[in-house]
Design a binder for this molecule. Structure first.
Ligand code: TUI
Length: 316
């Protein structure tokens, strides 16, 4: 399954694990990298030295490339940008903002830079300022999302940029991988599927919620405040919806949801947690190892693409 992404990242399979705050630690990242994908450590809102420890631990657990995801709304984003250079990170992905101010420094230090984008305009801007590839994330994804679906976003980005495009949002199976390739993507990023992996260290309650989820188990809060976030339905989500109907502002929302990612991932507290997950959670029905997840996605995608080529290409 060689693509421009496997060659760029020096990995076996074009499958990248999402950088999920409070979730994507050294255990998950090294398991995904050891399985032939690209693992990512998520900086989230953690301070520099906490993230440095995770990076150093991951280096002991894999000799394969792995990346650092920097969430640009973090108060420590500048520190983490420097950390990527200090720790000689192979790949940086960014989310929730424009990483322009860091790109020259990363490129001078031979770091591969792959921003997450939610529109064609953002993708073109990232290409212009020197990104090596972009991750186009549709609003099926969990967490902080944009306006467009993966189905609409990916082919439009692919037509407008020359750099490789990785599809994210709604992909948790070989069928999804094959579909993303048909849309012109050269790789995929998956978050929700890896929540239900053996090596993912989130609370068992969170994993159970993902495994039991159906197609309609997620919903989006914060659209009215301009900060839409997709999560599994829960008491906190219901409170957010009520607040939204009373025309709450962003600050009130922040107060209500402060600490809620930790409450979900670490404590598994159903009442106060933000259990971020994508719409595809409905097909994630079992907890598997990262190796099993990646091998299944790759072999299913290859089979589907071969079968469809036979069906539509007139090959008996
Ligand atoms: O970043 C994500 N997903 C996230 S970050 C996160 S932590 C958080 N917690 C509470 C509130 C907000 C965030 C949870 N999930 N995905 C990548 C992504 N990036 N999706 C959309 C974007 C994006 C948005 C705006 C990328 C660029 C952008 O640019 C703005 C600009 O200035 O051009």
């Amino acid at each position: 399954m060689d693509t421009t992404i496997t060659k760029l990242l020096k990995i076996k399979y074009p499958i990248i694990q999402g950088g999920m705050a409070w979730v994507s630690d050294e255990h998950l990242a090294s398991a995904v990298s050891n399985a032939g994908g690209l693992g990512l450590i998520a900086g989230g809102s953690a301070p520099k030295e906490v993230v440095r420890e995770k990076i150093r631990a991951a280096k002991k657990m894999t000799n394969k490339p792995f990346g650092l995801n920097i969430m640009l709304l973090s108060p420590f984003a500048n520190d983490l940008a420097d950390l990527a250079v200090e720790e000689k990170i192979d790949v940086v992905t960014t989310g929730a903002g424009n990483p322009q101010r860091f790109i020259d420094m990363w490129k001078q230090n031979n770091i591969i830079v792959i921003p997450v984008v939610a529109s064609v305009g953002q993708a073109k801007k990232m290409e212009k300022i020197g990104a090596d590839a972009v991750i186009g994330e549709g609003n099926e994804a969990g967490g902080h999302i944009g306006e467009l679906t993966t189905m609409a976003l990916i082919p439009q980005i692919v037509r407008e940029v020359f750099i490789p495009v990785i599809a994210a949002g709604g992909i948790a199976s070989g069928e999804g991988v094959a579909a993303a390739f048909m849309l012109g993507a050269q790789g995929v990023q998956c978050g929700t599927r890896f929540l239900a992996s053996k090596e993912c260290n989130i609370h068992e309650k969170y994993k159970e919620m993902v495994v039991k989820a159906s197609d309609i188990s997620t919903t989006v809060t914060g659209r009215s405040t301009g900060h839409p976030v997709r999560c599994l339905k829960s008491p906190l989500v219901r409170q957010c919806k009520v607040m939204e109907n009373q025309v709450a502002n962003f600050e009130e929302f922040e107060k209500l949801t402060a600490g809620s990612l930790k409450n979900a991932a670490v404590d598994g507290d159903f009442k106060t947690g933000s259990f971020m997950a994508g719409q595809i959670a409905g097909i994630v029905n079992e907890i598997s190892t990262c190796d099993e997840i990646i091998k299944d996605m790759v072999s299913t995608a290859q089979k589907i693409m071969k079968d469809k080529a036979c069906q539509f290409g007139g090959i008996a």
